[in-house]
Design a protein around this ligand. Structure first.
Ligand SMILES: [Zn+2]
Length: 95
């Protein structure tokens, strides 16, 4: 089991003051209220390093459009999300 399974630094995040608004939208907008850790993006999605990772290489993928339920993704967004998350299984040189 990974030593990162429980991230003790996460408690500092949980207890710290939070910026106003949706954290994923702030990240997508590259707000100065959040650290910019973007590693990839297109017009619909953004991939960022998790500031408080549970394991090495912990990434977040989020739609740039504000939604609060994954069922609100359009069919095109679902297809892109599936494609982008499957990319990690294939490796960076599989395309
Ligand atoms: Zn949002």
């Amino acid at each position: 089991m990974s030593e990162y399974f429980f991230n003790f630094e996460k408690m500092a995040y949980l207890k710290a003051p939070k910026p106003e608004g949706c954290i994923l939208c702030l990240i997508s907008e590259k707000s100065e209220a959040v650290q910019n850790l973007t590693v990839w993006e297109n017009e619909k999605f953004i991939v960022t390093v998790n500031l408080y990772p549970y394991n090495p290489g912990h990434l977040l993928i989020a739609p740039k459009r504000h939604i609060t339920d994954i069922r609100a993704l359009t069919p095109d967004e679902e297809e892109q999300l599936t494609e982008k998350t499957h990319y990690r299984h294939k490796g960076p040189h599989s395309r």
